[in-house]
Design a protein around this ligand. Structure first.
Ligand code: MG
Length: 198
């Protein structure tokens, strides 16, 4: 039995394009997703302040806009296969803890509610934030699926026995130096790798 932690935004739910539409409705400012070259430096990429970006994400969360997001291609099929083999999957997200209910609702709507543990790291909160690597180690996990480059490096460095799958996106194109990070084009490619470990 192996345990896989998966990020939520852009790995399970396609939230970024929805957020960009939401940001336009709130501010009248049109953002281009192609300008996003580093996910955790969204403000810099879009020429905005950190405050403006965080405020908009928090409104996006509190207005429960995530519920309208499409599923990332392949995650449903591959995660169903993964648990059918007796393995475990949990969510490991940077989001604040108050998002847990909405994420659970989203998973239920998308028939992924066999995922019952949602680990929120509160990354952008002033207090109570944890690194993804801390939670990954605490939960004795084996695999991690992520789209944000810095989080992939954090987990790969702190858990050298783990395998980190970096889902290919325009914002994670830095060269990979860690031998335990595998860049993949889709969930279907992740399945091909996981089959070697069962
Ligand atoms: Mg993400």
């Amino acid at each position: 039995m192996k345990k896989l932690q998966t990020d939520f935004d852009e790995v399970i739910a396609e939230t970024t394009t929805l957020w960009i539409e939401f940001f336009f409705l709130k501010t009248g400012i049109k953002l281009n997703i192609n300008d996003l070259t580093e996910y955790h430096h969204m403000a810099k990429c879009f020429g905005l302040t950190d405050h403006a970006v965080l405020k908009a994400w928090n409104s996006f969360y509190t207005e429960r806009k995530t519920l309208g997001a499409n599923l990332v291609d392949g995650c449903w099929e591959v995660l169903n296969w993964w648990v059918s083999k007796g393995n475990i999957v949990e969510i490991l997200t940077s989001r604040p803890a108050f998002c847990q209910d909405e994420i659970a609702m989203y998973l239920k709507n998308k028939k992924l509610d066999f995922i019952t543990t949602i680990n929120c790291c509160n990354t952008f909160e002033k207090t109570g934030s944890r690194k993804k690597s801390e939670v990954f180690l605490e939960t004795n996990s084996d695999f991690f699926v992520e789209d944000t480059f810095s989080n992939a490096v954090d987990v790969a460095s702190c858990a050298p026995q783990s395998i980190v799958f970096l889902l290919d996106k325009t914002w994670n194109q830095s060269p990979i130096e860690h031998t335990n990070i595998i860049r993949v084009s889709s969930w279907y490619k992740i399945k091909e790798h996981l089959e070697n470990y069962l």
